[in-house]
Design a protein around this ligand. Structure first.
Ligand code: NZQ
Ligand code: ZN
Length: 388
């Protein structure tokens, strides 16, 4: 196991009605004026935005609202938010929504206390400080409610870039009410499930030896997620199943599963090119990328794929490649069973521009990257071609 430090100072409030505590928790940040960020209407239709506003009113916190963040959020909304936060002297940002809203809120939080262009941070500049961010989560998926990461797409050139901070961008509080996820469409529920599984895979596929505890955490979470998934799809208002999926989404990505091990992250970067260029839902893209990446690994670094197949899918046998292939096949079957695509065509990409995807991937990530099996342009081309 590698040396590590793990500092995850997010306060989680979990359960029915926790969104009504947003006022008191915002006041305690401390912030008496905040910018609320939300998406394209779901929180208005569900009445959640009204409840959040009422809670802030009750606590005496003043607020501005910036709505309209789209999935795979773009830099234009961040610039608008930074301007509004600066003009109206906001002391904190409250995200009401999913990963796209939270990531926009985080980027605004960093940009609002910076004199330069916020994109500097997505070009490698370290974020020293940011306004405090609070979250009311509506979709378990990206795990941004517990991560120090943010992913924004620069419209000029369609560069979807992910940044990672140790703790500056971690939300100060995250309010998780499983009932808020009852209204999710099945496609978004399923895409969220794939995404949280992918966050576990990125950490599980590690070159680091001697990580039995985190291996078992990963395997246990994967099994629990696959157990609960059919329940939430069959009965969207199954509170306990929704609750388990919601907490799994946070644990998958708040760093717990990555302690003491090098991580991979190739599949995520390959998907980010798909969602940047073709606008697909991140989790649905990962349902195509993850099995293709694992299939390439069967011939190049099979051991962890075989371990996953044995321990998560209970496949028996001594032959690592055969066991790994069977595990990948079961994983694909699981994705299909929850309505996710497993090929680019099923994802709606009939004629993928492989050259463009590979070019952008290495422009953004460098010539060689990846923690488990470092990939160059030749390898990434081969993996993209396994997605057809
Ligand atoms: O915009 P609204 O109307 O709110 O609708 C949203 C959106 O269309 C809808 N939705 C959310 N909660 C709902 C709901 N509809 C009905 N009822 C509810 N309760 O769902 C759609 C998707 O929302 P979005 O926020 O885009 O989903 P998600 O949480 O999957 O976020 C995806 C983004 O997060 C990034 C992805 O790349 C993508 O841009 N990621 C961020 C990470 C991070 N910051 O740590 C890590 C991830 O790997 C990921 O890359
Ligand atoms: Zn993800």
């Amino acid at each position: 196991m590698n040396n590590f430090n793990f500092y995850a100072p997010t306060r989680y409030e979990f359960g029915r009605g926790v969104e009504n505590r947003v006022g008191e928790l915002t006041l305690a940040l401390p912030a008496s004026k905040v910018l609320i960020i939300c998406g394209q209407g779901s929180v208005v239709r569900s009445g959640l935005l009204d409840r959040v506003s009422a809670s802030l009113d009750q606590a005496g916190v003043r607020y501005e609202i910036l709505s309209g963040v789209c999935p795979n959020p773009t830099d234009d909304m961040v610039y608008r938010g930074i301007e509004l936060a600066k003009q109206t002297c906001c002391e904190g940002i409250i995200a009401v929504g999913g990963g796209s809203v939270i990531d926009t809120a985080k980027a605004i939080a960093a940009g609002a206390v910076y004199d330069g262009d916020f994109w500097d941070f997505f070009s490698g500049k370290t974020i020293e400080r940011a306004l405090p961010v609070g979250v009311v989560l509506t979709i378990p998926a990206a795990g941004s409610e517990g991560s120090g990461n943010a992913v924004i797409t620069k419209r000029d050139g369609l560069h979807k870039i992910s940044i990672r901070t140790e703790h500056v961008l971690r939300p100060k509080f995250a309010l998780l009410n499983p009932e808020l996820t009852f209204t999710l469409p099945p496609y978004q529920t399923a895409a969220g499930i794939v995404d949280m599984m992918a966050h576990i895979f990125e950490r599980y596929f590690s070159p680091t030896e001697g990580t039995e505890v985190t291996d078992r955490l990963c395997e246990g979470l994967l099994k629990a997620i696959m157990n609960e998934a059919p329940k939430v799809l069959a009965r969207p208002d199954d509170y306990d199943a929704r609750a388990n999926i919601m907490w799994a989404g946070t644990l998958a990505h708040n760093g717990t599963c990555g302690c003491g091990r090098a991580e991979d992250w190739v599949s995520h970067r390959m998907e980010h090119e798909l969602s940047a260029v073709y606008g697909v839902t991140h989790g649905a893209g990962l349902a195509v990328v993850n099995p293709a990446w694992m299939t390439y690994m069967v011939d190049h670094r099979v051991e962890r794929v075989a371990q996953m197949a044995r321990r998560v899918f209970d496949i028996t046998g001594d032959n690592d490649p055969a066991v790994a292939k069977e595990g990948i096949s079961r994983l694909r079957n699981f994705y299909r069973s929850i309505g996710m695509p497993t090929t680019l065509a099923e994802l709606g990409i009939e004629n993928p521009d492989f050259d463009l995807l590979v070019k952008k991937l290495h422009e953004n990530m460098g010539e060689v990257f990846g923690g488990y099996y470092p990939i160059d342009a030749k390898v990434s081309m081969a993996i993209y071609k396994l997605m057809v």
